[in-house]
Design a protein around this ligand. Structure first.
Ligand code: PMT
Length: 398
């Protein structure tokens, strides 16, 4: 997987001669998998045409703070919230000074003031301007505030001077952007999740299913996105909104879920099977609604395919985590499933209780591998999901 898959980057361009390199930065960020938006200061437009950047990024270029039409689309606050990282390249001496003073006089300044995202600058200026005490003090202040500083390089400058102040090369800048996300535990990993119940049709109006709400699986999808993974969420029918940035595949039956899972796992690193797959399905599905003439009817059922086992045996490099929904002897039944289904780890939970397991907001579980086990006491499914994701990250790092 590309190093910046799933990442949202704003490339902010201020008005310097190095702005011509910004087009190459946009292209290389996209090659690394990032979703890129471009914001230009008015003076940047003197150096590079917005149309070039619009064509490269496949999105309108944002430039005007006071443009009602643009604000009605993706306004400056939305852009500030949207980004994971804002890269100002080139960052001129004047733009750096405006950041230090917290100015909000251009769209780019306003976004930087409002954003919770990582902010990085790639300075580009004449060597004399770079060496000026005002610039050096400004850079030190930005660094103290947590702004990442990429470069500058030293060498022959556009004006003919020789010295520090040249913007770094596009690939160097892109590599440093990628390193800002390196701490995320599943960065660069493709993760597939099954969640929710399946429904097995009896006739056009009736089906066999179970009490799974999908909450556990959706919490895992959210935690995996937070950890930097590229997530495909294969979901049975639930009443939940999928976390942002998941590729969601909606399915109904176990057969659908099997097909979607096998396809998604072909290039994945991790599978987490949190779905409560219906174990049996009717051998035949009545074409018309079954009439209620008889006091009793017999349904012949056949076993559904085991999705997690099929993926584990087909894809030997996949790290596979199953769930075990048990009502008694939880650890021993879970260990049996771990072995029988050829899993790397299993999360065992008690589905006989009403305060955890099916449909509740909390859960309690044991993380079990062939050689270890760890109990996660009762906590929110959101927190348990984060704990499971970090257990997976620890395991695949070993
Ligand atoms: O959805 P919620 O309301 O939040 O509830 C969460 C949960 C209780 C459903 C979840 O935590 C959970 O336990 N999911 C697994 C439920 C289950 O089917 O467990 P099992 O012990 O029957 O199956 C073992 C493993 O095999 C599971 O990973 C299951 O997804 C998988 N399986 C089972 C049958 C089958 N035909 N194919 C499978 O892949």
């Amino acid at each position: 997987m590309s190093t910046l898959s799933n990442k949202r980057i704003i490339v902010g361009i201020s008005g310097g001669i190095a702005a011509y390199k910004s087009a190459e930065i946009v292209r290389r960020l996209q090659d690394a998998g990032a979703d890129v938006r471009v914001v230009m200061t008015p003076s940047a437009e003197q150096f590079i045409r917005p149309l070039t950047l619009q064509a490269l990024s496949s999105h309108p270029v944002h430039a005007d703070l006071l443009d009602p039409e643009a604000e009605a689309g993706m306004g400056h606050i939305e852009l500030a919230r949207w980004a994971d990282l804002i890269l100002i390249a080139p960052a001129t001496a004047d733009f750096i000074a405006s950041m230090v003073h917290g100015r909000g006089n251009s769209l780019l300044n306003a976004i930087i003031l409002a954003t919770p995202a990582i902010v990085a600058v790639a300075p580009a200026m004449n060597q004399g301007m770079w060496a000026h005490p005002a610039t050096l003090e400004n850079m030190a202040l930005l660094e103290q505030r947590g702004v990442r500083i990429f470069g500058p390089d030293s060498g022959v400058q556009a004006c003919g001077d020789i010295g520090p102040g040249r913007m770094q090369q596009p690939q160097e800048i892109v590599d440093q952007v990628a390193s800002c996300f390196a701490g995320q535990s599943l960065s660069g990993k493709k993760l597939v999740l099954t969640a929710g119940p399946t429904r097995e049709a009896i006739d056009p109006v009736r089906y066999i299913s179970n009490h799974s709400s999908g909450k556990m699986g959706y919490a895992l999808a959210q935690a995996a996105v937070e950890a930097g993974a590229q997530v495909t969420l294969i979901s049975g029918p639930v009443n939940l909104i999928a976390p942002e940035r998941c590729n969601i595949v909606s399915v109904i039956s176990a057969a659908d879920m099997l097909e979607a899972t096998m396809q998604a796992c072909s290039d994945a690193d991790i599978l987490i099977a949190a779905a409560a797959v219906a174990d049996y399905r009717p051998v035949t599905v009545a074409a018309q609604k079954i009439k209620k003439h008889d006091d009793a009817i017999n349904l012949e059922l056949e076993k559904n395919p085991d999705i997690v086992s099929a993926a584990a045996s087909e894809y030997s490099n996949l790290f596979v985590v199953g769930f075990a929904a048990e009502t008694q002897d939880i650890e021993s039944y879970a260990r049996d499933k771990l072995q029988r289904k050829n899993l790397d780890a299993i999360v065992a939970n008690d589905v006989s209780r009403s305060d955890v397991g099916f449909n509740s907001d909390d859960n309690e579980a044991a993380w079990i591998t062939a050689t270890s086990s760890k109990v996660f006491g009762k906590r929110s499914k959101t927190q348990l999901a984060r704990d499971i994701i970090s257990a997976i990250a620890d395991q695949i790092d070993d």
